[in-house]
Write a new protein. Structure first.
Length: 422
């Protein structure tokens, strides 16, 4: 590696860390919460989400995507980008602070463009555990990747060799989230339970019976209840300390009961044969046999649409606010902030929403999720930033009830009316 390349990598790493610190660090390093924040940023700066955990069906319904819609979203695992492409939007721009997520999002877009057929595409992301994927990467994808992403996937990382080898060992077992799910499985097995039993259910009644017999009682165990009280236990879900506080407030201090309720919703409130979030949580992968419990971008009937529209997607390594500052007015019709605002203080929220107002078209829709039930904007935004937006809080519980991932307490949709801008 040349000296210039080493300097470039060091500069990128420093920028990555600074962006993440700016987003998360709000307390002195000498305080308990300051130490927790720094532990989180240390964990989060690597590969976190092999799959995104927001239900695209809820997103798509709220965004009202058509052929003129231009969307800005946080990238995360990149599934949302690919899922939105099935609705033929004019464009999707994904933003992320995490270089691993940037590389994964760009990999998915390049794979959609250049893999030879649906079966090779499904093998790569639907199975993600076959040596053929590495051959296909080298032959079809790598030549079309940007230098940043190719360097990421081809960097050697013990013991697997190149990082791209995760796609022959089931990438969904990797990353901070994959390791978290593996830990949950391990804890369940300590108490004689196997989460995979839920995937054998033949009806929703049977799903509930299995949950009540197996995973439900685990949350009553002293060790599990103790671990649920620790912010560090949820770093694997990408939940920073500030968001943990919101969850704990919603739980009224009983985090074990809240987490049990949300896991129960995932396990019992939706048919298991189509809930791919449940398959990831309980089986560490998708339903590759029947191909029903898979994201819409991996469904064969959507493959040609995704492939065609991949030209309209891009992934940018930046903070949202910094990126929006480079855009002109009327740039976007839809904004997807996932749960990122749970990380932000009032100043950061107002800076973000000022940038949104400066870049949004009239009628633009902003959607986001929260760990707790309430929107933070009501108390945190200035009148100038809040007043141009229509918001109906009564819609949130309906959307939450439809979200198969079942992680979040709130789903919020804000619609811009430019006549109200002061």
């Amino acid at each position: 590696m040349s000296a210039d390349m080493r300097i470039s990598e060091e500069t990128e790493t420093k920028v990555d860390r600074n962006l993440l610190k700016k987003a998360v660090h709000g307390n002195k390093i000498t305080s308990k919460r300051g130490i927790q924040e720094r532990m989180f940023t240390f964990a989060f700066r690597g590969f976190v989400y092999p799959q995104i955990w927001e239900d695209p069906e809820v997103d798509i319904k709220a965004l009202k995507i058509d052929s003129n819609t231009r969307i800005m979203t946080i990238c995360s695992g990149g599934c949302n980008v690919m899922n939105y492409l099935t609705e033929n939007p004019a464009g999707v721009t994904a933003i992320d602070l995490n270089p691993a997520h940037v590389a994964l999002g760009r990999l998915k877009i390049a794979a959609a463009k250049h893999l030879p057929d649906y079966e090779s595409f499904f093998l790569f992301f639907g199975c993600a555990d076959d040596p053929k994927n590495i051959e296909n990467y080298d032959k079809y994808i790598a030549p079309h990747l940007d230098e940043f992403s190719r360097k990421f996937w081809e960097k050697k990382s013990a013991p697997m060799g190149r990082r791209i080898n995760m796609f022959k060992k089931n990438i969904y077992k990797y990353g901070l989230l994959g390791k978290f799910i593996a830990t949950v499985h391990l804890v369940a097995k300590m108490y004689g339970q196997d989460p995979r039993d839920l995937l054998k259910a033949r009806s929703m009644d049977e799903q509930r019976a299995i949950f009540d017999r197996t995973l439900g009682p685990v949350f009553n165990k002293r060790f599990v209840r103790m671990m649920c009280k620790k912010p560090e236990s949820l770093y694997g879900l990408g939940i920073p300390p500030a968001q943990f506080d919101d969850l704990n407030e919603s739980a009224q201090g009983d985090m074990a009961n809240l987490l049990k309720a949300r896991l129960e919703r995932m396990a019992c409130d939706f048919p298991i044969e189509t809930n791919y979030f449940a398959w990831q949580a309980f089986g560490k992968g998708y339903d590759r046999e029947n191909r029903k419990a898979i994201p819409r971008y991996l469904m064969e009937e959507n493959y040609e649409t995704v492939k065609k529209n991949a030209e309209n997607a891009e992934v940018i390594h930046s903070s949202i606010t910094d990126y929006l500052a480079t855009q002109g007015s009327d740039a976007f019709d839809g904004y997807v902030f996932l749960d990122a605002q749970d990380w932000m203080n009032d100043d950061q929220l107002n800076e973000l929403w000022s940038a949104v107002l400066a870049s949004a078209r009239d009628g633009a829709r902003v959607i986001f999720r929260t760990a707790g039930e309430e929107s933070p904007l009501t108390e945190s935004l200035t009148e100038e930033n809040l007043s141009p937006w229509d918001y109906d809080p009564s819609e949130s519980p309906k959307a939450v009830a439809e979200d198969r991932s079942s992680i979040y307490g709130g789903f919020h949709t804000y619609t811009l009316d430019k006549k109200r801008i002061k």
